[in-house]
Design a protein around this ligand. Sequence first.
Ligand code: MG
Length: 389
Amino acid sequence: MTDTLLEPGLAAYAAHSADSRGRACPEPAPNYRTEFQRDRDRIVHSTAFRRLAYKTQVFVNHEGDLYRTRVTHSLEVAQIARSIARVLQLNESLTEAICLAHDLGHTPFGHAGQDALNECMREFGGFEHNLQSLRVVDELEERYAEFPGLNLTFECREGILKHCSLNNARQLGTIGERFIRREQPGLEAQLANLADEIAYNNHDVDDGVRSGLVTVEQLQEVPLFQCQYEKVRQRYPQVADRRLVHETIRRMINRVVTDLIDTSTAQLQAAAPADIAAVRGMSQPLLGFSDAVREEHLELKRFLRERLYRHYRVLRMTSKARRVIRELFDAFMNESALMPDEHNQAAQRLDTHNAEAGKARAVADYIAGMTDRYAILEHRRIFNPAERT
Ligand code: MG
């Protein structure tokens, strides 16, 4: 089956399967799917993807069943990005693959866990979750006889590696080159990045209100919320609080998505890139918000930082999380034989190549792969004499 049949209606500047820069380990083309559909399917079947169900963004996993986990977050990102991809005639399957994979390298306990692990790894090359996502799909997944990792296409890997320090970029070969040359990734990668931002800002409002940590009164300070909230209240004066909040959030998402589509369409028309190579060669991303909506979005972010992420109850969770990660890291660095055999073996293997830094990387891989509840349990097993080992 040809790719044009499976990928109808793509713009010239979209990623086309037939023009993919390929996989690290060459494989025969799939029969009834495009290369990017195959990427997406491999991601959905991966172990790291299933673990996202028990990893969190802001709230620790056991705090409540109704909050977003990283898997529901990834699905929301994919939903938003796919809708936009169709309108802009971008490759929907590649967009979806990048969205579903974008958080695979996240540690337990959200941002607090990532910061803590980065701190632990300071002398050993640091820890970046984007780079870890790439490491998961390139090396750590064990599902195929012929190659390590998932052997994804270049375009998908390019989208997963959203940010990267220059130091790390220099060691990554072709996938790191764009950071050195200050080039852009393909439009599907740019879109996944923006959809991520839209999804988490809006669902953190939802989870924040649900948890009682932020109130609707406080949210009135935020123009993006306030404007939609007033419209809904005037139009539906009788509607109950929960529906009022959800209808407001729905409209907030609609506002930023519509703006993103309109602004990006105009920018694409003006720049008229001939193909994905032209997109990559641009000095600026071609997808984005208008200045007004970008500012509204930034104000929402600032609000969430002040009122939600720095709420004392969230800080208590993150403080506990940091301690758990630090103590696990130190324990395994001092005595790598405390880790399950496969991780201890990885530590010894990497240690011979790269001394202490190799061992530290294996410990970081083990910790980063943990879910919130597994990390808490493992911490108890290591430190609590009354716990079964
Ligand atoms: Mg995300």
